[in-house]
Design a protein around this ligand. Structure first.
Ligand SMILES: NC(=O)c1ccc[n+]([C@@H]2O[C@H](COP(=O)([O-])OP(=O)(O)OC[C@H]3O[C@@H](n4cnc5c(N)ncnc54)[C@H](OP(=O)(O)O)[C@@H]3O)[C@@H](O)[C@H]2O)c1
Length: 282
């Protein structure tokens, strides 16, 4: 079955966690899906800063994870807005920070000319501007804390396999994930020699509310297929400090290696035909 832990090559030994400096782990989009799974997968003694759009999901995560005196602080904020982003930055900067996980994201489905421009702008602000500006604002503090503690900080970008696949009908989403992948991969090299591990993770289709929220048509009855967010999270934490780029699972590796073998001139119409099938299901 796609998405099992063994398939994803994750070991329960959380590699990067061993050297991670004490301090908070900030996870964006921590109320559901991959972000919630990442928050759950972090070691139970790691203090957490969890942020998302709505308070309700965050309160549930806090109730679940704040056990045995573990600090779990939450902040509901719109990372697609300047004010929301600044609120998260100010909140996190006031605490010792060990790990930043840039995970929050949305998708938008449909022909570009027919898609609400406000949704497209919010997508770019959330998927691209938020990870960029959160990282820019918090990186100096992450590095300073790691140096002071004699450990290492962590920086994670949740991109996607679509960072390699310019899919019609989700063009803006794919472009935003390519931005995240390039940012993460470039920073992993720019920051070599610094006490920080940078990881870009590119999950395949994963079970979460993302596709339904975007209005992507279902191609069959029953639940949408996809990898297990818990397995993606376990693989991500196991890869931190070991790799700079993670394609978690066979589906992700097949998609990314496969597209590299096909000339772009052939790949583009293949992707169009594939996405027309999805569109026809709507
Ligand atoms: N699902 C997939 O197939 C898949 C595959 C590859 C990569 N990814 C990436 O994984 C990441 C997480 O997605 P997911 O699949 O776990 O989706 P999800 O379950 O819908 O989670 C999205 C998270 O982002 C938060 N969020 C949405 N809009 C926000 C805003 N304006 N400000 C702050 N937070 C906001 C949501 O908070 P609320 O719940 O409060 O709205 C939620 O916590 C995204 O970056 C996505 O691109 C997903």
């Amino acid at each position: 079955m796609q998405g099992r832990l063994t398939d994803l090559g994750a070991s329960p030994n959380l590699c990067g966690m061993k050297t991670l400096t004490p301090g908070f782990a900030l996870v964006t989009g921590a109320s559901s899906g991959i972000g919630a799974a990442l928050a759950r997968a972090l070691p139970p003694d790691r203090p957490l800063l969890l942020t998302a759009l709505d308070q309700e999901g965050l309160l549930a995560m806090q109730a679940e994870l704040a056990r045995d005196g573990r600090p779990v602080q939450i902040l509901a904020a719109d990372l697609a807005s300047d004010a929301g982003r600044q609120a998260v930055i100010d909140w996190a900067a006031a605490r010792p920070l060990a790990l930043l996980v840039n995970n929050a994201g949305i998708c938008a489905w449909g022909r570009l000319a027919e898609t609400d421009p406000a949704r497209l702008a919010a997508l770019v602000r959330l998927n691209c501007l938020a990870p960029l500006l959160l990282t820019r604002a918090l990186l100096p503090a992450l590095l300073a804390e790691a140096r002071q503690q004699g450990g290492r900080a962590g920086l994670v970008f949740v991109a996607s396999i679509v960072a390699w696949l310019p899919l019609p009908y989700v063009a803006t989403y794919c472009a935003s994930k390519a931005f995240d992948r390039f940012l993460g991969e470039a920073l992993s090299q720019e920051l070599r020699g610094e006490p920080i591990d940078v990881l870009t993770v590119c999950p395949p289709v994963t079970r979460s509310g993302l596709a339904d929220a975007a209005g992507i048509p279902r191609e069959g009855p029953g639940p949408r297929p996809g990898a297990d967010p818990a397995a993606i999270a376990a693989a991500t934490l196991a890869a931190l400090g070991r790799r700079t780029l993670l394609l978690p699972g066979r589906a992700a590796r097949r998609a990314v290696w496969g597209q590299a073998l096909v000339p772009r001139v052939l790949l583009r119409p293949l992707l169009r035909r594939r996405m027309r099938r999805t569109a026809a299901a709507g």
